[in-house]
Design a protein around this ligand. Structure first.
Ligand code: XMP
Length: 326
């Protein structure tokens, strides 16, 4: 396989002007590569696939077919934002598949983290494959591969996504941001007019909330996790920490503890807050969230989220704790 190397002469994209120049060059290149054929893209709503989608929409409009698979493990509002931004504002050719039941049925009773990951990755490929098979005349597969993906795989494997896309798809790849670093992809995303919170969103693992709803996932605990996580993100936003802290999220373990409400004892789950900083995700330090903020978040989660009666704070750096719990 051909080795992909970023030329040393390539200028870092740090300004809107440079981003604009890159966009124009890519539009021309994409049009030359694709001609009047159709291109398929798995659009997760993450930074990379969103920027690729926006670029391709500019270059070839409805020749791009975006498929957004909602595996039921997205954060609150994420799939809705994909529909809003791409389906409505950018008027893209978007196929939305709500596969929640398929994923959650398969995951029922599965507690082992790597088994959960395998199921989610495998099912994603299946759902995407099924959709691709229904479409006619697709000649290209677009991917949000970025340069660190290529570096990590020693310059040959150009590949990126939830659990990987079908290897056997006989389609030529379109990878317009494959020579860019993450910060450059973000500058390009802003220049393309994508929403700031989409372009600067924190990293989110492919298996999504699946690896944060610890142990065997149940729908009610997953729902509680999603709601608690939304509160945490809202409070980080309000306090100007969104975009500054690398990753901040809630995990909900599969045990209950006793709480008291309206004078009655009852059992509920615990929400664990984790907020870390890192540059490469290999090691990580703890973000020192101010205690008044923790009190406020605790108060909101325990009052607003059905089923959660306790909030805990994870203060473990990596190593020894990984960023995710599973
Ligand atoms: P850990 O938990 O290993 O995570 O310290 C390091 C970084 O990788 C992300 N992560 C994943 N990303 N699929 C992904 O796409 C996964 O299965 C997965 N597991 C962890 C994690 O969120 C962190 O940014």
């Amino acid at each position: 396989m051909e080795k992909i190397i970023r030329p040393e002469s390539m200028e870092r994209i740090t300004t809107p002007e440079l981003a604009q120049k890159f966009i124009e060059e890519q539009i021309a290149e994409i049009r030359t590569q694709v001609g009047n054929k159709k291109v398929l893209l798995a659009l997760s709503g993450g930074v990379d696939s969103s920027v690729v989608a926006a670029l391709l929409i500019k270059a070839i409009g409805k020749q791009l077919v975006c498929v957004h698979v909602n595996h039921g493990l997205m954060r609150k509002g994420e799939s809705e934002q994909v529909i809003e931004v791409f389906g409505k504002a950018l008027d893209a050719n978007l196929i939305y598949i709500d596969a929640t039941d398929r994923f959650l049925d398969l995951l029922a009773g599965v507690a082992e983290p790597e088994k959960k990951r395998k199921i989610i990755g495998g099912e994603f490929i299946k759902v995407f494959d099924e959709e691709a098979a229904k479409l006619e005349g697709i000649a290209f597969l677009a991917q949000g591969t970025i340069y660190p993906d290529i570096l990590e795989s020693d310059g040959v494997k150009a590949h990126h996504n939830v659990g990987g896309l079908p290897e056997d798809m006989q389609m030529e790849l379109v990878e317009p941001v494959k020579l860019l670093f993450k910060d450059e992809v973000r500058v390009v995303g802003e220049a393309l007019g994508l929403p700031h919170n989409m372009v600067y969103r924190q990293p989110f693992p492919g298996p999504g909330l699946g690896v944060r709803c610890l142990g065997a996932i149940t729908r009610d605990r997953l729902h509680a996790l999603r709601e608690a996580d939304a509160i945490l993100r809202e409070e980080f936003d309000k306090n100007g920490l969104a975009g500054k802290v690398w990753q901040y999220f809630i995990a909900v373990p599969d045990f209950k503890s006793v709480g008291v409400k309206d004078g009655k004892r009852y059992e509920g789950w615990a929400a664990i807050i984790r907020a870390v900083n890192t540059t490469d995700a290999m090691s990580a330090t703890i973000e020192e969230i101010p205690y008044p903020m923790i009190h406020h978040i605790t108060n909101r989660i325990t009052h607003e989220v059905e089923g959660i009666n306790r909030v805990m704070l994870d203060v473990t750096p990596k190593p020894v704790g990984t960023i995710e719990f599973e």
